[in-house]
Design a protein around this ligand. Structure first.
Ligand code: ADP
Length: 223
């Protein structure tokens, strides 16, 4: 497996909801041989397992709010201290605020880890057509897409025969709100990291497969 040169790196993934950031991060994890750390996944797993942390964050998550900086920072610092992070990692969904970015920057400089931003730049129209074409099975969880991966029979799940639905998250007005919230949240972070002179790479999220985008990202990162 090719390793990244010049010491450990922290890949900070940016990309709006629907950009494919999560899928690209997972593929990148294999290509760079670095763990993929998603704060959203950590919180969801804890909610599912009913841990004290899960109980603490459930209400905030259900309301669509952000977990406090203090708590997220603590969870991330703990996760990054694990042995599998010694060679670097891919951070997905963190940092989300300037306070988190400042905390992370201090942590990275103490640990001698070099940050770089990877932004999956994706147009709003592309995201809407991707997400609004999504149909989900409320029974077995299978996901289809009218643009490219439709079910065999319109409106019916191939796997279990249930009637497919559009998830609330995938309705256009909700997509717009999430996109705008993302842009509002991310702009100050981009400014923060650019001012700090952190390397900034972009991949075009509009075209190609997740695999081709991850390959492009891996090439940029390996340099
Ligand atoms: P989304 O579903 O909005 O794409 P994620 O899957 O990354 O977000 O995270 C799910 C939820 O977990 C968020 O809505 C938020 O409540 C919480 N969360 C995740 N990462 C952070 C973070 N860095 N700061 C604050 N809250 C976070």
């Amino acid at each position: 497996m090719p390793q990244v040169q010049n010491g450990p790196i922290a890949v900070l993934m940016f990309g709006p909801p629907g950009s494919g950031k999560g899928t690209i991060s997972k593929l990148l994890m294999e290509k760079l041989n670095l763990p993929h750390i998603s704060t959203g996944d950590i919180f969801r797993e804890n909610v599912k397992a009913g841990t004290p942390l899960g109980r603490e964050v459930k209400a905030v998550m259900d309301a669509g709010g952000l977990v406090s900086d203090e708590l997220v920072n603590r969870i991330v610092a703990d996760r990054l201290s694990k042995p599998d992070c010694a060679g670097g990692y891919i951070l997905d969904g963190y940092p989300r605020t300037v306070e988190q970015a400042e905390f992370l920057s201090r942590l990275l400089s103490q640990a001698g880890v070099r940050p770089l931003v990877l932004s999956v730049e994706t147009d709003y129209n592309v995201i809407v057509s991707r997400l609004s074409g999504r149909r989900s099975c409320p029974n077995c969880g299978a996901v289809y897409n009218l643009n490219g991966m439709p079910p065999k029979v319109e409106g019916i799940c191939d796997a279990c025969g249930a009637r497919l639905v559009v998830r609330d998250d995938d309705r256009e007005e909700v997509i717009r709100q999430r996109f705008e919230a993302y842009e509002k949240q991310t702009a100050p972070l981009v400014a923060y990291f650019q001012k700090a002179g952190v390397a900034f790479y972009t991949v075009n999220g509009n075209e190609g497969t997740p695999e081709s985008k991850a390959e492009m990202a891996a090439r940029l990162i390996r340099g």
